[in-house]
Design a protein around this ligand. Structure first.
Ligand code: TRP
Length: 324
């Protein structure tokens, strides 16, 4: 049997370039080599009860982006977390072998306590346990994630080790599979590209919107006039050029340093590169968007396939825990 890969992503809606370069492209590559399972984690999204009215639309748009980017439901299982309720059962069972002290020292938990002190709920503490349940319900061995998820994965491994020690070998220890790409920064050139921060470039924008969006980007702050020499090594637009036109960047860096090219022209070039890279994606997305029933079918089929695996694992878990 092919080794299993599992990853989850929160239903943030329309995906942006950071999602694409950092996660989705990697997902697409992995589906040829592994049995890949990709999950839209709607239950995890409930930790901050904002905008739950947007959830269904976000799930739909995210699925459209995934499919248009090349995730293939014939190869991979694509599904929505809550459509396989077994994960909540497993979460409860795993919570019994997870010391509270482990959860209280998770960096993302401590951060959340600061960000939403008025809503430090039980689910927030259990977030990494639910994430562990996601992964081990499918006995996944590899988990493609960004660096920010490493503490969660370490915890998942600890929970698995403890479970296996107490109840006998049940789950493989999941390994993180980091993307080779460094963090993709947003248009502010400071923070990670993120929809919440409003510094993102959505994949599904039109070509004109893409140009307009890139024109708002911060470049080298020392370059105030057209004839000032630029510093490409600190410019986020230059960094994005490297993703989209890696062979042309030496030349561009020289032109920037000698002020032969201005920031506006440089941004136009970048928008052109992004638009031509995304043209096939956008075309396919528009076709898929015309057929919303197809998206629903893909997710229903994915949930059914995922559920078959989930039921089997859960049966084994209950057996090992003495519940059957
Ligand atoms: N916590 C992950 C994030 O915020 C999302 C996630 C939930 C996940 N379950 C997962 C990632 C399982 C990998 C595997 O990005």
């Amino acid at each position: 049997m092919r080794r299993r890969v599992f990853s989850g992503a929160r239903p943030t809606g329309n995906q942006h370039l950071g999602n694409y370069l950092g996660a989705i492209q990697n997902y697409v590559k992995l589906q040829d080599e592994y049995q890949a399972i990709y999950c839209i984690v709607d239950i995890h999204a409930l930790i901050s009860l904002e905008d739950t009215g947007l959830l269904q639309g976000n799930i739909h748009n995210m699925t459209l982006d995934w499919l248009a980017a090349g995730l293939d439901p014939e190869k991979s299982i694509l599904f929505v977390q809550s459509h396989v309720p077994e994960v909540m059962e497993l979460h409860t069972l795993l919570s019994m072998v997870t010391p509270l002290s482990w959860l209280l020292r998770v960096p993302t938990f401590k951060e959340k306590v600061k960000v939403q002190p008025q809503n430090v709920n039980y689910g927030l503490v259990g977030y990494p346990v639910l994430m562990t349940a996601d992964i081990v319900l499918y006995k996944a061995e590899l988990v493609p994630v960004g660096e920010d998820q490493l503490p969660h994965l370490e915890l998942a491994r600890e929970i698995v080790r403890r479970f296996n020690n107490i109840f006998g070998d049940t789950f493989p220890e999941p390994q993180a599979k980091l993307t080779s790409l460094p963090l993709v920064l947003g248009l502010d050139g400071k923070e990670k590209m993120s929809k919440q921060l409003g510094n993102d470039i959505e994949l599904a924008l039109s070509e004109e919107e893409t140009v307009a969006r890139i024109m708002t980007a911060v470049t080298d702050p020392a370059r105030r006039y057209r004839n000032d020499p630029g510093h490409p090594e600190i410019c986020n637009i230059f960094r994005l050029h490297k993703y989209f036109n890696p062979s042309g960047t030496d030349d561009l860096a020289n032109q920037c340093r000698s002020a032969k090219i201005g920031c506006v022209d440089c941004k136009q070039l970048l928008a052109g590169e992004i638009n031509s890279t995304l043209r096939p994606f956008r075309q396919r997305r528009a076709e898929l968007a015309d057929n919303p029933k197809y998206v629903t079918e893909v997710l229903a089929d994915g949930a059914e396939r995922a559920r078959r695996i989930a039921r089997e694992t859960l049966g084994e878990v209950k057996q090992n825990m003495g519940l059957l």
